[in-house]
Design a protein around this ligand. Structure first.
Ligand SMILES: [Zn+2]
Ligand SMILES: [Zn+2]
Length: 337
């Protein structure tokens, strides 16, 4: 028997998405008494919670990034391990987004709601692959929810980078990449492609790389870009946060060639505008095809959209006979920007 409408027990309040019969929020902001956290990106794993449930990887990421402002009490959940919370059962499943990222299955009186968090379906050597979880309500992200967004094959994009390095061996290749997830994925793909030289990283990326390695994701030889001699950086690959690629930091590198690994690099005007010579279309979010396929494959009749470009996706949901709803959660950013 259905427990009535999902709106009766999954609501949106000032802290975000709230599960009433379990008395917890999912990825809340403003400090919640009980939070279930999908993954470690800062717009999902926020400071000030009293208690948090997440994968051990996500809790470790929160520790590293939030320190004292991290959750006061922590509960680890393994993927696929059902946990009773109040009147509901919560189970985390891999979301394929970044290390430790999880979808949250909530079962209540026979109804199944899955909150995706951010997710992708394409392969990523640095995290567990997305698990398809059949459900009645699927709460999805919509970062790249326009038909124009078709992410490229990440391996082919990394091959472009390796090729450019061999074509321009005197130029430092500065690759803008978000610190948690994208950086480690690019590094792992470079290693898969046979690139064995040290990869230089901006200091801001060190902690997340260490964390990935501590969870068994090998990244090969990494070196600090700041401490490196200029001649070592000639023809080297240097990873840096997106904010650093355009500023003074990268200008001191030998004849820098700017690359940027992001789903937004599909938009060439954007790449040009940001002065990116080598756009790499590598995204940790589902593209249009992945979003629409996943919605269909979950079997859900009802789809809620948390954040992103929801208009086109809601239209698609309605034309396929499903019920759609925009949650328009505030405070979500796009870490790919
Ligand atoms: Zn994310
Ligand atoms: Zn997000």
């Amino acid at each position: 028997m259905r427990p009535g409408r999902f709106e009766d027990w999954l609501t949106v309040d000032s802290k975000g998405l709230y599960c009433r019969p379990g008395d917890f929020h999912i990825d809340p902001y403003g400090g919640a008494s009980r939070a279930v956290i999908t993954h470690g990106h800062s717009d999902h794993a926020r400071p000030g919670h009293e208690a948090a449930l997440a994968t051990s990887e996500t809790l470790a990421i929160m520790d590293a990034r939030l320190g004292e402002a991290g959750p006061r009490r922590k509960q680890t959940a393994a993927y696929g391990e059902p946990l009773k919370i109040g009147d509901v059962t919560v189970t985390l499943f891999p979301a394929g987004h970044v290390l430790g990222s999880a979808q949250v299955l909530i079962e209540y009186k026979g109804a199944r709601a899955v909150i995706s968090g951010d997710y992708k379906r394409s392969e990523d050597p640095t995290c567990a692959p997305f698990a398809l979880v059949p459900c009645d309500l699927f709460v999805t992200e919509a970062t790249f929810a326009l038909p124009v967004f078709q992410h490229a094959d990440a391996r082919a994009e990394v091959a472009k980078l390796v090729k450019s390095v061999s074509q321009f061996p005197e130029r430092a290749h500065v690759v803008g990449a978000y610190g948690l997830g994208k950086t480690q994925r690019v590094i792992a793909l470079l290693r898969e492609a046979g690139y064995e030289r040290p990869i230089y990283i901006h200091g801001a990326l060190q902690a997340c790389c260490d964390l990935y390695e501590s969870f068994g994701v090998p990244l090969g030889p990494l070196a600090s870009a700041t401490g490196a001699a200029r001649e070592d950086l000639t023809g080297a690959i240097v990873l840096a946060p997106p904010s650093a690629i355009a500023d003074r930091w990268s200008r001191r590198l030998p004849d820098p060639l700017t690359a940027f690994a992001s789903g937004w690099m599909r938009v060439r005007a954007r790449a040009r505008q940001q002065g990116v010579e080598l756009p790499l279309v590598i995204s940790d979010h589902a593209d249009w095809r992945e979003l629409t396929d996943t919605i269909a494959e979950t079997g859900a009749e009802e789809i809620w959209v948390t954040h992103g470009r929801e208009d086109a996706l809601l239209h698609h949901i309605q034309t396929t006979g499903r019920r759609g709803r925009a949650l328009a959660l505030i405070g979500r950013e796009d870490e790919d920007q």
